[in-house]
Design a protein around this ligand. Structure first.
Ligand code: PMV
Length: 321
């Protein structure tokens, strides 16, 4: 019996990924750049057990049937030559399927734990294309959680690269959690609908590379106003593209826009803060560590204090036990 436990932080995209080029391989139509967070982690234990007849998956205490978990385990079994079924226990630091990217940290933690439990070397996993392919098939944005700090996922082969280490730039991401239930449309379904029906999909894909270029340059220069501006632009372009789908896909609620307005007001007062939203109503705010207290106070004037989460840049997926 072999067992390993891994942790992976969620990652929040600054330059957004929306749309797949190849649904089977889960390859994106656009690249993306994200920040891996040090809080809001998924912790997953995988144990290959000769006594088990089928894979078992327990998420936050609830047994689940999840074809993607079995697919990922099958891939690792094939690479490592392991026959046994696995017991998988996972705990999410963020609400599952709420637009807070728990699927990314989940797939990254699961793959890393299973890789090590199968006797493969977790330290070189991120350099192994077979590993990245399996993680990406689990969740399109999950490879970004394999590395710490600011990370780019390139679109051609779906590989990841670190652009800025987690300890090299003192950033903060504050999350205003605006609803608790699961999101209404999965990102997978939402992306397919947008690609099929939005007349803005082609312009989204065409205009996207310039945002990546701008963000890379801002990261090299550690220029937060420049990075924040391109993050908001990429966010709004992604949502504009979804809003034009048929039927329209709208993840925002009224409160989402109230929080975005408050972030713009902060900037008008000279505080560097920029918003982003994903496939859910929540707003994530990027700022320098020095401004985090003021940003948190503003967010807490709009939502209950316990719904404002704060995290800094975190490490990539790692074995913890
Ligand atoms: O990893 P997925 O398939 O849940 O897609 C993530 C999509 C967004 O969160 C909306 C954007 C992104 O790049 O993370």
């Amino acid at each position: 019996m072999r067992r390993a436990t891994a942790e992976a932080g969620i990652n929040i995209a600054l330059i957004k990924y929306w749309g797949k080029r190849d649904a089977a391989e889960n390859l994106p139509d656009v690249g993306s750049i994200s920040l891996t967070l040090d809080d809001l982690v998924t912790r997953t234990t995988v144990r290959f057990d000769p006594a088990l007849e089928r894979d078992r998956f327990v998420l936050d205490g609830q047994p689940r049937d999840d074809a993607r978990v079995v697919q990922l385990l099958d891939g690792i079994r094939a690479i490592a030559g392991v026959m046994h079924r696995a017991s998988v226990t996972s705990k999410n630091g963020v609400p599952t399927a709420s637009g807070l990217a728990s699927s990314a940290s989940g797939a990254a933690a699961l793959a890393t734990a299973a890789w090590a439990a199968a006797g493969l070397d977790p330290d070189t996993a991120v350099d192994d294309p077979r590993f990245i392919d399996l993680v990406r098939k689990g969740s399109g944005s999950a490879p970004r959680s394999l590395l710490g700090g600011l990370v780019e996922l390139e679109k051609t082969r779906g590989r990841v690269q670190q652009l800025c280490a987690e300890d090299a730039w003192d950033l903060r991401m504050l999350v205003a959690r605006l609803t608790k239930g699961p999101k209404k449309t999965s990102s997978r379904a939402g992306m397919a609908l947008t690609k099929q029906t939005s007349p803005y999909y082609a312009p989204w894909v065409e205009s996207h590379p310039a945002d990546l270029v701008e963000a890379r340059a801002a990261i090299v220069d550690r220029d937060l106003p420049r990075l924040g501006a391109v993050m908001e632009r990429s966010t709004c372009r992604m949502h504009a593209c979804m809003l034009a789908a048929d039927p329209p896909l709208r993840y925002w609620r009224g409160i989402t826009l109230d929080v975005a307005d408050a972030v713009e007001d902060l900037r008008a007062q000279g505080i560097g803060a920029w918003y982003t939203m994903d496939a859910g109503p929540h707003v994530k705010v990027l700022c320098a560590a020095a401004d985090a207290d003021q940003v948190r106070a503003t967010l807490q004037s709009l939502v209950p204090p316990e719904d404002v989460l704060e995290a800094g840049p975190g490490p990539g997926a790692r074995i913890v036990d």
